[in-house]
Ligand binder design. Structure first.
Ligand code: AMP
Ligand code: MG
Length: 400
C-alpha cells in the first residue's frame, strides 16, 4: 500500500499540462497562464494627474503669490499645454501633465480668485506629488506574469491594460464522472427498499465546478463488470480524466477493477495508506492519438470520495490545467485544536473540521458515510497514525 506522498508523486509524475489555447480574456478567469508575459506597453503610458486640480511647478506652491491659470487639460486628449513659473493649468484625473509642470495641487487646496483665472495655493506640494509617472507601475519588457500562475480577476485587469483581448491559457481537461452501484437511485424518484440517492455524482460535479471545470459528462454504471467496462471504454476514448466513484473496494460486487482489467488498462496503483479513502485507484489508459486518459477510482462512501478528490484528484486536474507547483497546494493555516482527538488507526486520518480563523473545531460524525459533519467543515487536519492530540495543541490544517 502506498503512502499519500508516494501516491501524489506517482500521480503528479504521470499527469502533464494539456496544450495551450488562446481564449478571450474574460474566459481566462481562474485558468493558468500557458506562458510568461513581458509587458508590451508601460503603465502609466504617460505622466498623468492622480487628482482633479491644477498642474503647477512645485516651487510655486510654497508661497501665496497668485498663479495665472493658462488653460485646461482634461483626460483623453493631449493639448500640449505648458506651465511656466507663476502659471497653472486646470487638470483632471488621468489627464497628461503639461510640459514644465512637475506637481498637481488638489483643487481642495487652492483658492480661486479673479473668477477662476488665477489661484493661490493653500498647501505646498512636493516634486511629482499627485503625478503618476510614465512606467512607474509596469515598464516595457518587465515580466508581469509567470507560466502556471492563476489568472485572477486582478490579472485579467492587468492583461486588459496591456491592450490584450485574448490570452493563452492551458486547455481545460475533458472530464467524465462515473458513479457505480445497484443501490443508487436518481433524485426525484421514490426510493425502493435498500436504495439510497446518488449523492456523489452531483457532489463531484460541484467539486469540478469549483476548479472551473463545468462541462462534465456524468454517467452511471450498474454493479456489472461488463456493463461498467462498456461505459468506461467509450468515456476513455473521449475524455482526459475519468473519475469513477464506488466499486473499487474488495467486495464481490466491486467491479471497477475487473472492468479495467477487461479493457486491458494497466493496473496502476490501488490503495493508499489514508483514512478515509484507502481503496483509491489510479491509472492511465492510452488513447489512439497517443495521449492518456487519467483514471481515478474513488471509494463510494461520500466522505471518502470527497477527501480523496481534494487530496489526489484536485492536484492532478490542476496540473493538467497548467497550474504551477505552488498552485497545486491547499492553503495551510495555523490553528489551535478545540477538542481532544484520537487516531486509533494505523493510517493517517484526515479529520474534518471547521476553522474559524483561530481554532480548528472537529465536527462530530467522522465516519466515512457521514455527510453532516463534512457539510459543516471547511478544513482538514491530518493526524499521524496511532496518535492523540490534546485540546489546545497548535496544529496546521488545510483549507478546502
Ligand atoms: P462502494 O465503494 O461501492 O463499496 O460503496 C461504499 C459505500 O458508498 C456504500 O454504502 C455505497 O452505497 C455508497 N455509495 C457508493 N456510491 C455512492 C454514490 N454515488 N452516492 C452515495 N453513496 C454512494
Ligand atoms: Mg458499490
Amino acid at each position: 500500500m502506498l503512502t499519500e506522498s508516494e501516491a501524489i508523486e506517482r500521480i503528479l509524475s504521470a499527469v502533464h499540462p494539456l496544450p495551450p489555447q488562446s481564449v478571450p480574456l474574460r474566459e481566462t478567469f481562474n485558468r493558468f497562464a500557458a506562458h510568461p508575459l513581458l509587458a508590451m506597453v508601460p503603465l502609466p503610458g504617460f505622466n498623468n494627474s492622480a487628482m482633479d486640480g491644477y498642474a503647477v511647478q512645485a516651487a510655486d506652491s510654497k508661497n501665496t503669490l497668485p498663479l495665472r491659470v493658462t488653460g485646461e487639460q482634461p483626460a483623453g486628449s493631449q493639448r500640449d499645454l505648458k506651465v511656466g513659473p507663476g502659471e497653472a493649468v486646470r487638470i483632471f484625473t488621468g489627464a497628461p501633465i503639461p510640459i514644465g509642470a512637475n506637481a498637481v495641487i488638489m483643487q481642495e487646496d487652492v483658492t480661486k480668485i479673479e473668477g477662476g483665472t488665477q489661484i493661490t495655493c493653500n498647501e505646498p506640494v512636493e516634486l511629482n506629488e499627485n503625478v503618476r509617472l510614465l512606467g512607474c507601475d509596469i515598464c516595457v519588457g518587465q515580466r508581469i506574469l509567470e507560466i502556471g500562475q492563476r489568472i485572477t480577476a486582478a490579472r485579467i485587469g492587468m492583461l486588459a491594460a496591456q491592450g490584450l483581448s485574448a490570452f493563452e491559457v492551458t486547455t481545460k481537461p475533458r472530464v467524465a464522472v462515473v458513479t457505480t452501484g445497484d443501490e443508487l437511485a436518481v433524485a426525484g424518484k421514490l426510493l425502493q427498499p435498500g436504495q439510497i440517492y446518488n449523492s456523489n455524482g452531483v457532489m463531484l460535479q460541484a467539486m469540478l465546478g469549483g476548479l472551473g471545470i463545468d462541462d462534465v459528462t456524468v454517467q452511471h454504471a450498474a454493479d456489472d463488470y461488463l456493463q461498467t467496462a462498456d461505459t468506461l471504454r467509450g468515456l476513455i476514448a473521449s475524455h482526459d480524466f475519468l473519475i469513477i466513484c464506488g466499486g473499487v473496494s474488495v467486495g464481490d460486487h466491486d467491479c471497477v477493477r475487473p472492468a479495467l482489467q477487461a479493457l486491458r488498462v494497466k493496473p496502476g496503483f490501488w490503495r493508499v495508506k489514508i483514512k478515509p479513502g484507502k481503496p483509491l485507484l489510479f491509472t492511465q489508459a492510452p488513447r489512439a492519438d497517443g495521449s492518456q486518459c487519467t483514471i481515478f477510482g474513488l471509494p463510494g462512501n461520500p466522505v471518502s470520495a470527497f477527501v480523496t478528490f481534494e487530496l489526489f484528484v484536485r492536484p492532478a486536474l490542476l496540473k493538467a490545467m497548467g497550474a504551477s507547483a505552488q498552485e497545486l497546494k491547499h492553503r495551510e493555516v495555523r490553528a489551535v485544536l478545540d477538542s481532544k482527538l484520537t487516531n486509533g488507526s494505523n493510517r493517517p486520518h484526515y479529520v474534518r473540521g471547521s476553522f474559524d480563523g483561530q481554532k480548528f473545531i472537529p465536527q462530530g460524525g467522522q465516519r466515512s458515510n457521514e455527510l453532516l459533519a463534512l457539510g459543516n467543515s471547511n478544513a482538514l487536519l491530518r493526524m499521524e497514525p496511532d496518535s492523540e492530540l490534546a485540546a489546545g495543541t497548535d496544529v496546521t490544517a488545510i483549507l478546502m
